[in-house]
Structure formats: structure tokens, C-alpha cells
Design a protein around this ligand. Structure first.
Ligand SMILES: [Zn+2]
Length: 340
């Protein structure tokens, strides 16, 4: 019998602090659409990235990409995936004429410390408390390093890896972090992971066509008692329902080709188990109510700021209901090696 998973629900936030306004959504969705429709012209057919089976049920077509649900493990994934070299160029920021760079929302310096305080510190505190220890934290795909900045502030030794040059520069030069350029692969994994007590993938695994390869490297090269921490888009959620209802207004969550995977409670367990890990803690939260109000307002051209603000003032209460019903669009999963 597997050990009981400790569950936590809801994380209070105010997306208005991050400038996620109706005009942000309109601009982001039109540019995301433009990029996705370029990428969808050349794709390869994918099987389930979790269980490798090929039987699925169609779920939605968004900007030319087909989301399906795996009949075997319930994972939600994109079945027509751009070739790996194109995706790498997208994230390394070497593709010409990209309408919206993947990291655009994350490299706004003036919001950096707001993001650290409101988003990253609570996550670090959660993991630290759940594990009951500190040590070396290695963040794979660390972006501009806000999670590492928060971890360092809380007494962790930190190291990050990233492939987007602009984000590496921001992390190193502006925020003084040890962030290096590099992919987690068979050649680098031993060096990258050898000291890690925690290996984290925050908003990373949904972007890669073969997430199991990365977790297998942690299995192979990580320390015996290494903990893995994942932040992932989850399914089913109110956000996915809204994305499917308004497929022309998608600016996040069910967003191709950025998000090739949405994990379910079942598929994340299968995913971890295949690399001999098992979840010990799961934190359920999301931005579903914001997604719902923002999408409907932008599609309707609704401009009554006073009423919108009155609705968004209720965000934490309404989102709490979605979180507790496990209809939220994100989760953090802490996992340890299976003992047998
Ligand atoms: Zn599957």
C-alpha cells in the first residue's frame, strides 16, 4: 500500500498586481495565436508522454494543436508536436519573428520582487516545511531565478540551469544568482545533480515532449534521498473548461505549443512511478476564477472596471472552492524515491 499523500489547498493571490488585465489578455492571446499557428504547420505525431500508449480521446483543438486525453493513464497531451529543434530554438530565443517570447511575462524586472514575495516565497516555505530540512536546491529551467532567489533568502544553497540567454543574464547580473546555461541530459546530469537535496522543475515539464527522460536522469544521477518538486498545469480544471469554451482567447494554461502536457492526479502518479518516485505532498491551487472572469470580459468587450474589480475582489474565496473540488489549474507535487 502506498503512503498517504498530504494535501494542501489554495494559495491567496491578486493577479492584478502582476498586470494581468483584460488588455494584457487581448494582446497576449492574439500574439500566442500567431506563434502557435506558425508552429502547427510542421509537427510530428506524439504518443502519451507519460505511459507511451497511443489510444486517446480528442479533447480540444486550440490554434491548430490537438489536445487529447490518454485512455490509459488520463494524461492530457498535444498529439501534434513541433520538432524538437524548433522548440529548442523557441526557448533559446533564437527564432526570428516570434510574436510573444515564451518568457515575456517573466522577465519584467519591475515585477520581479513582487513575484518573489507573493509567488515564490510561499512555495519555498511549503517545500521546506514539508521536507523538514534544507540543503542544496537545484532548479532546472529556472528562468530569471525568482524561485532560487526566494530559496536563497530562506537559507538554501542554490544552483540553477536555464537556456534562455536573457533570463540567465537577469538571474546572474541583476539578482546575483548562480545560474548556468545548460540542458539536463545524459552528458550533463551527473554534474548538475550530484549535490542536490532538492531537484525542482517549475513550469518546465509541460513544455518538453519527453518529460520522462528528465525524471529518469534524476532517478539515475540524483542522491539516494533526493526530493523532486514539480509545479505543473493540472487537469481537469475550470481554466481548461474556459479555454475550451473560448479557444480563440487562450493566453495561458491550455496553450500550445508551450504547454504540451496537462497532468492529472492519476497521470502524475504514473509519471513519477515510472522513475521510481512517489508523491508525498500535493498543493492544489490555481488562477481559474481569474481565467473565467478575464476571458469572458475580454471576449465580450466588457469594460465596467468597477464590476470587474468587485468580482476579482472575491478571487480567493471562489478559487478556494475550485481548489478544494480539485478543479484547479495547477499543483505542486513533492516526491521521494519509492522505498520498495
Ligand atoms: Zn498515458
Amino acid at each position: 500500500m502506498s503512503a498517504r499523500i498530504q494535501e494542501r489547498f489554495s494559495k491567496s493571490m491578486d493577479m492584478r498586481k502582476l498586470n494581468r488585465s483584460v488588455s494584457w489578455r487581448l494582446s497576449a492571446s492574439s500574439r500566442r495565436k500567431e506563434d502557435a499557428e506558425r508552429f502547427c504547420r510542421e509537427t510530428v505525431r506524439a504518443v502519451c508522454p507519460v505511459c507511451a500508449k497511443d489510444k486517446s480521446t480528442p479533447q480540444a483543438i486550440i490554434y491548430g494543436f490537438q489536445y487529447v486525453i490518454c485512455k490509459s493513464c488520463t494524461h492530457v497531451y498535444v498529439r501534434n508536436v513541433p520538432p524538437l529543434d524548433r522548440l529548442k530554438a523557441f526557448y533559446e530565443n533564437t527564432l526570428a519573428k516570434v510574436a510573444m517570447r515564451p518568457s515575456e511575462d517573466l522577465t519584467q524586472k519591475k515585477l520581479y520582487f513582487t513575484r518573489v514575495k507573493d509567488i515564490s516565497l510561499p512555495k519555498i516555505d511549503y517545500v521546506t516545511k514539508s521536507l523538514g530540512k534544507k540543503g542544496v536546491w537545484v532548479d532546472i529551467g529556472c528562468g530569471s531565478g525568482e524561485l532560487l532567489y526566494a530559496a536563497k533568502k530562506r537559507g538554501w544553497k542554490t544552483l540553477g540551469y536555464e537556456i534562455d540567454p536573457q533570463e540567465i543574464t537577469l538571474a546572474k547580473d541583476v539578482f546575483g544568482l548562480d545560474v548556468r546555461r545548460g540542458y539536463l541530459d545524459e552528458d550533463n546530469a551527473a554534474t548538475m545533480l550530484k549535490d542536490a537535496d532538492v531537484v525542482s522543475f517549475f513550469s518546465v515539464l509541460e513544455h518538453v515532449p519527453a518529460p520522462s527522460k528528465l525524471l529518469n536522469l534524476v532517478k539515475k544521477y540524483g542522491k539516494k534521498n533526493v526530493a523532486v518538486v514539480l509545479e505543473l498545469p493540472r487537469h481537469p480544471s475550470v481554466s481548461a473548461f474556459v479555454n475550451m469554451a473560448f479557444p480563440k482567447a487562450v493566453a495561458r494554461h491550455m496553450l500550445p505549443p508551450n504547454h504540451l502536457s496537462l497532468f492529472t492526479d492519476q497521470s502524475v502518479k504514473t509519471f513519477l512511478s515510472k522513475s521510481s518516485f512517489a508523491p508525498s505532498h500535493i498543493w492544489y491551487y490555481g488562477q481559474d476564477f481569474y481565467e473565467l472572469i478575464g476571458t469572458v470580459a475580454s471576449m465580450a468587450g466588457y469594460k465596467d472596471e468597477k464590476t470587474l474589480n468587485a468580482l476579482l475582489d472575491q478571487f480567493n474565496d471562489v478559487q478556494n472552492i475550485f481548489d478544494k473540488s480539485k478543479l484547479c489549474d495547477e499543483f505542486i507535487v513533492i516526491a521521494k524515491r519509492k522505498t520498495r
